[in-house]
Write a protein that binds this ligand. Sequence first.
Ligand code: SIN
Ligand code: CO
Length: 385
Amino acid sequence: MSKTQTYLLELPPLKTMLGGITPRAFFRDYWQKQPLLVKNALPGVEKLISPQRLRAFANHEDGESRLVQRRRGRWSLDFGPFSADDLAALPNKDWALLVQGVNLLAPEADRLLNHFNFVPYARLDDLMISLAPAGGGVGPHFDPYDVFLIQGLGRRRWEISTQKDRRLIPNAPLRILADFQAEQVWEVEPGDMLYLPPHCAHNGVALSECMTLSVGFRSPSDQEMTVQFLNHLIDTVDAPDYYNDPHLTPTRHPGQIPDAMLENIAQRIAKALKNSDRELKSSIAGYLSEPKPNIFFNPPERKPSLIAFMQKAARQGIRLHPGSRLLWHKKVLFFNGEQIYPTPAEYPTLVALADQRSLAGDAIPGTAMPRLHDWFCAGWLDYQP
Ligand code: SIN
Ligand code: CO
């Protein structure tokens, strides 16, 4: 994590950030339904991450950065890391640098992302930040997920459209709408926030040097989730019986597959799948808790003894690694893809950790310490600074 002095952004109450409506009203009237522009939703947000710092993140080995350029009407897309020299060589117009997962690189960005925890963590993805000179942007497109676009530095013009025409420019390296017809235009300035529901077409053009922070959400495709479950089933399916047919009768067409045989097999498979029903939800929950593929946890070089860990955790408190995903459902926890059955004594503490992503030292009872010590040794959580 960066050692840069962190800027402590004052995070407004949710109702203020949402323009005077409660999160409940936001879900009812806007979420997945229609755009919402909130002027001055997050005052001071432009001071959170400077353009220089974002450029440095774009050079980070673990970062995920992309550079979109438009040259003589043609779009190009390059993947980072980008050195300071690469970025210094860029022209003064028509590009946009996008850095994904800034929450993993800067604690203050992680804090901003987690301010959106009125949405379950299972849905929250990451904080992406873009930097563009005047005229820059990634072109008109739509995304299959919801997004909060927070204007950091500079001004940007957002054009949006509810058009159903989703044809894309053929053979372009990124998804650009072939025929974008803007219906609404908004100019945003630092602190303004635009919420867009999935599939709402948008085009953001920088009006001056411009940084935009995107709070993104996870919306895995049904295809991906079904394949994930089927893979899980391959490992766990429990169907020990063998095909049998005690009522078989003689056939005059031995080449023909008997109807009854196909029906029998279909029923046997349906029974095996039904037996796996209860596996379905826990498999999905485990999947939802999987960290992003580019996350690596670094276990501490010297693992502390349980006693040493307890003393320091009680003094400083603990917090989850920003790439850790700790979720819970009923009595089971799902942590970075693993299923965990807590004891009744540790359960409330671990649920509080999942909800808050950190715990003060005096909120950790001795009963929860051995489990937290294991997770600390895996690099999944850390002491609070
Ligand atoms: C950007 O910040 O330039 C792109 C955000 C988006 O359009 O989704
Ligand atoms: Co977009």
